[in-house]
Design a protein around this ligand. Structure first.
Ligand code: NAP
Length: 250
């Protein structure tokens, strides 16, 4: 018997990285999980299979985010396979460092379209599907609070916008018993950091040393925070920014 038995969850970007960790955790807790992906259907199918192998229930839905009509198309795909949602996790995101003086308008627009605009409209259009007493969790970043890597400014700004969405939606959705929170990871060992950070041994070691716990985070470190918020134990927390940076910001 899981704490989320009978609930349905949608995790955007649930196919890989942090989203996969969240999808697997919610699946283990008993939720039926919609594992969303953008382009990598194979990864989504792998995540669905992993949830099912662990005794859970899941299905994959694909939809590119950050393009016109993305949220409506995502929910249309969702509606074919499920009837309402209890836990919405806006996790899909993109970003990489670009020096301030070199940020092209295209990258600025793309980061905002995927990281801020898509969660806005996915949640807006999800309101008719989201059941009372539900949960919205937005995956933010420690960089929205601390200017530790100024070359990630554009990305950090998108997460700041997401946090504003969190705070305001908590007021708007509270009367329906729906909690809305941001969870802010520090650096987590996922593909988003491949190339520019993870493949540089010195930079990776320095990143681990930023946490008093002495390591880089794992997807499960974030998934467990989301699992707590999604459970009934998280019922009294709303409108908050939960630091999940492993103490990098303290
Ligand atoms: P990741 O490993 O690169 O995975 C990204 C996920 O989002 C994939 O499932 C991907 O699906 C999906 N996605 C990306 N762009 C998309 C788009 N335009 N349309 C639809 N789906 C899209 O990233 P991650 O590290 O797990 O990051 C997850 C979230 O945590 C992001 O919001 C990120 O900003 C945040 N975060 C990450 C870290 C970190 O260090 N990893 C730190 C702080 C915050 P496809 O593969 O199919 O495109």
């Amino acid at each position: 018997m899981g704490s989320l038995d009978g609930k349905t969850a949608l995790v955007t970007g649930g196919s890989r990285g942090i989203g996969r960790g969240i999808a697997e955790r919610l699946g283990r807790d008993g939720a039926r999980v919609a594992v969303h992906y953008g382009t990598n259907e194979a990864a989504a199918k792998e995540t669905v299979a992993a949830i099912e192998e662990a005794g859970g229930s899941a299905f994959a839905i694909g939809q590119e985010l950050g393009v016109p009509g993305d949220a409506a198309a995502l929910w249309e795909a969702f509606d074919q396979l499920a009837d309402g949602v209890d836990i919405l996790v806006n996790n899909a995101g993109v970003g990489y460092p670009i020096p301030f003086g070199e940020v092209p308008e295209e990258a600025y627009d793309r980061f905002f379209a995927v990281n801020a605009k898509a969660p806005f409209f996915v949640t807006q259009l999800g309101l008719t599907r989201l059941r009372d007493g539900g949960r919205v969790v937005n995956i933010s970043s420690g960089l929205a609070r601390a200017a530790m890597m100024p070359e990630t400014l554009t990305y950090a700004m998108t997460k700041g916008a997401l946090d504003v969405l969190t705070r305001n939606l908590s007021k708007l959705l509270g009367p329906r018993g729906i909690t809305v929170n941001s969870v802010a990871p520090g650096v987590i060992d996922t593909d988003i950091n491949a190339g520019w950070l993870r493949d540089n041994d010195d930079a990776w070691a320095a990143t681990a040393a930023m946490s008093p716990l002495g390591r880089v985070g794992e997807a499960s470190d974030i998934a467990d925070v989301v699992g707590f918020l999604a459970s009934s134990d998280g019922r009294w927390i709303t409108g908050q920014w939960l630091d999940a940076t492993g103490g990098v910001i303290a």
